[in-house]
Design a binder for this molecule. Structure first.
Ligand code: ADP
Ligand code: MG
Length: 401
C-alpha cells in the first residue's frame, strides 16, 4: 500500500532514543514492543490456497511505544514519516485513508471486531524494516501495534489469534490481499530457527538452520509497476484452477489437497495459465515438505537445490520473476559459497534470498553487488541475516533483542 507521506530513516529510531522521544512528545513513560520483518525461504504463493511456507524472522524491527490517555482517542506518531494521526473510535468505521496509519488503525479496528476493549493511547512507531521491499514492514507494524495495545488492555492472546487478527487488519481494513504467513512468523518466530507453517491448520515446525550458513537477502531495488495487477491476476488464475479441481475431483477443498495427477486429469478443463499456476503451487508445496526433511537431516545442499528448483518454478510456471531478479539468482549461483538462491515475495522485483557459507558471506555480497551493477547499472542492497526472534519471544525477553 503506497503512502502519501515520505518516510525517513535515522538513528533516532533506536529503542532508548525512541522511549525518550515518546516521553518528550506525550509527557508519559511508554512501554516498548518490537516486531521483526521476515523473509520467506521457500513456499511462494502457496499460503492463500492452504499450503506450506517456510519463512524466518530477520533482525530488522518496528518498535511501538505506547502509553495510556485519559480519553478514548488513538494517537499514532510515526517516527519514519514524522507525522501524527489522531483518531476517535468512530473514525475506524470510516475505513482506510490510503495512508500509513491504516496499518495501526486497522489493528485497532480488528481488535474491535473481536470485541476486545481498550482505552485511548498515544503510540510512537519507528522501524528499520525496508518499506515495500517484500520484507513485511506491514506485518511488523501490525504485530508491534497489537502487542502494545494488548498490553495496555491487560490481555494476552495466543499466537494464532494475534496472527489472524493482524491479517484481518491487512485484508479487511488496509485492503491488501495477503495470506497468514507474514503475521504468523513475525509474531511467532524463534531465533536460529526457520518456521514451516501449514497455512490451513496453522500447525508449525521450528527447524534448525545450520550455524555455518547465513541467509543473504539481496534487494534488486526494482519493483515493476505491473506487480499489483499481476498479483491479482495470478490469484484469479489459481482460484479458477482450484475451483475446477474442487468440482472434478473428490476430496479436494483447497489446491493444497491436489496432486500433479489430479491436475493433469483436469488439464483440458482449465486455461493453460491456470494449469501452470496450479502446477507451481502443487510442486512448491512438495518442495517445502522436502526442505523440512533436508533441514532436519542437516542437508543444506539439498535445501539449496530445492530453492533453485523453486525459483525456476516461480519464473516458468508462475511467470512472476523479472530479468533483474533472474540475473541476481544467476550471479549468486556462480559464487562457490552459495548453496541456494531464489526470488522471495510476491514477484516482479523485490528481493532474492540466498543461502551462503558464513566464511564467504562478505565476499558473496561484494561479488553480487559488483556483477549486478555491471549487468543492470543498479546498486543492490544486501543484508546478511540469521533467523531472529518474533514479537512474542521478544516480549518475554523484555522487548530487547
Ligand atoms: P512491505 O510489507 O513489503 O514492506 P507493504 O506495502 O505491505 O510493504 O507495507 C509497507 C507500508 O507499511 C508502508 O507504505 C507504510 O504504510 C506501512 N509502514 C511500514 N513501516 C512503517 C512505520 N515505521 N511507520 C508507519 N508506517 C509504516
Ligand atoms: Mg506487506
Amino acid at each position: 500500500m503506497q503512502s502519501r507521506s515520505t518516510a525517513v530513516w535515522s538513528m533516532d529510531g533506536m529503542d532508548d532514543v525512541l522511549l525518550a522521544k515518546h516521553q518528550e512528545r506525550y509527557g508519559a513513560t511508554g512501554k516498548l514492543f518490537r516486531a521483526p520483518g521476515r523473509v520467506n525461504l521457500i513456499g511462494e504463493h502457496t499460503d492463500y490456497t492452504g499450503g506450506f511456507v517456510m519463512p524466518m524472522a530477520i533482525g530488522f524491527h518496528t518498535s511501538a511505544v505506547v502509553s495510556p490517555r485519559h480519553d478514548h482517542r488513538m494517537v499514532f506518531y510515526s517516527q519514519n514519516y514524522r507525522e501524527e494521526v489522531s483518531l476517535e473510535p468512530n473514525d475506524l468505521m470510516k475505513g482506510r485513508r490510503d495512508h500509513w496509519s491504516d496499518y495501526p488503525a486497522g489493528v485497532a479496528w480488528s481488535l474491535g471486531q473481536e470485541e476486545i476493549e481498550f482505552g485511548g493511547f498515544n503510540m510512537t512507531l519507528s522501524g528499520n524494516v525496508p518499506l515495500g521491499a517484500g520484507l513485511s514492514s506491514s506485518a511488523s507494524v501490525e504485530v508491534a501495534t497489537v502487542m502494545a495495545i494488548l498490553n495496555l488492555a491487560g490481555k494476552g492472546l495466543p499466537l494464532e489469534k494475534i496472527a489472524t487478527l493482524c491479517r484481518r487488519a491487512e485484508n479487511g481494513y488496509v485492503g491488501a490481499k495477503s495470506g497468514i504467513m507474514d503475521q504468523f512468523v513475525v509474531a511467532g518466530a524463534v531465533a536460529h530457527r526457520a518456521m514451516m507453517l501449514d497455512c490451513r491448520s496453522l500447525e508449525f515446525d521450528l527447524l534448525p538452520l545450520p550455524e555455518n550458513v547465513r541467509v543473504v537477502i539481496v534487494n534488486s531495488m526494482v519493483k515493476h509497476a505491473v506487480a499489483t495487477g499481476e498479483y491479482g491476476s495470478r490469484r484469479d488464475e489459481v482460484e479458477a484452477g482450484q475451483e475446477v479441481l474442487r468440482h472434478e475431483r473428490t476430496g479436494i477443498d483447497l489446491l493444497r489437497d491436489a496432486t500433479l495427477a489430479d491436475l493433469e486429469s483436469c488439464r483440458e478443463k482449465m486455461s493453460p495459465a491456470s494449469f501452470h499456476r496450479c502446477r507451481h503451487i502443487i510442486t512448491e508445496n512438495s518442495r517445502v515438505q522436502k526442505a523440512r526433511e533436508a533441514l532436519l537431516a542437516g542437508d543444506v545442499k539439498g535445501f539449496g537445490d530445492l530453492m533453485v528448483a523453486a525459483h525456476a518454478s516461480l519464473r516458468d510456471d508462475f511467470a512472476a520473476s523479472c530479468s533483474e531478479i533472474d540475473s541476481l539468482v544467476e550471479i549468486a549461483l556462480r559464487h562457490p559459497a552459495c548453496v541456494g538462491a531464489r526470488i522471495t515475495g510476491g514477484g516482479f522485483g523485490g528481493c532474492t534470498v540466498n543461502i551462503v557459507q558464513v566464511s564467504a558471506a562478505d565476499n558473496f555480497v561484494a561479488m553480487v553487488r559488483n556483477e549486478y551493477r555491471q549487468a543492470t547499472g543498479i546498486d543492490a542492497e544486501c543484508f546478511i541475516c540469521e533467523p531472529a526472534d518474533g514479537a512474542l519471544e521478544l516480549a518475554t525477553k523484555g522487548g530487547k533483542a
